[in-house]
Write a protein that binds this ligand. Sequence first.
Ligand SMILES: [Zn+2]
Length: 305
Amino acid sequence: MHQFSALSTLPLASSYFNLWTDDFEKINIGAYQLTILHTNDQHSRIDPFPQDAPKYAGEGGFARRAALIDKIRNELKGNLLLLDAGDVFQGTPYFNYFGGKLEFDLMSRMRYTACTIGNHDFDNGLKGLDEALRFAHFPIICSNYDFSKTVLCGKIKKSLVINKKNIRIGIYGLGINPSNLIPENLFGNTVFLDPLTTAQEMEDLLKHKEKCHLIICLSHLGYRYEHEQRLNDMTLAEKLFHTHLIIGGHTHTFMESPNIVRNAQDGKVLVTQAGWGGLRLGRIDFQFDEVKNVLSSRFLMEKIF
Ligand SMILES: [Zn+2]
């Protein structure tokens, strides 16, 4: 039902198979490895797309994704993080009926590590999000929405540090400018903070204070805008210093492999996004050297069908 089984035996057999090399494992036997799996803009697509849908007929669905994640988890003996870049809510009657509780409950069962907040996650207001959050048994991270004067005060994390086999991973999250996108009555007393300034503060904290070896940004800013000056993942990446990976959302961008962008100090940032609707599961494997610097990475975009 998916293409993972082709991964090690049929290199370059599918268009979703990119820069995936079996040499990776041989670069440094015994080096630390960590796998990141990611989704974005799930938009309440619990079931596969309907068989009579004009696009993506029969594709996607939480159950298939859960099975694929389980399979990868077993192969990697749990050495992975599972992340989402927001807009979990809205798009099918499941959201209208259950208000996002089902999505968060199923994501908890898939053992998501963390997710950030998209504009549509406000569609039932702060109270609606708060009620659904009781079903999210994983942290929600957003660094540039200040919820301190709202019902969500203390319930959303600014950043997260995780230890996996002594690799310290720092994660922060960026929400999009709500103006003309999120109705004011739904955004309530949430204060929007500048995402670039916030990102630089977060990577400073995670790099220098928290001593993280890998820094990941969960962004709902959007991948790229042709005719707008709005900050997006590609322009953000150029201005960052310590972030290794931006997992994006909002623009529903299907990518076969991450874009590799030069950051402000000539380091590399991977910028990626996995379409929308649970149609893809992105995978990035990082390899670290003895002092836990990122040594190399490889990518795979899994089609869920
Ligand atoms: Zn969005």
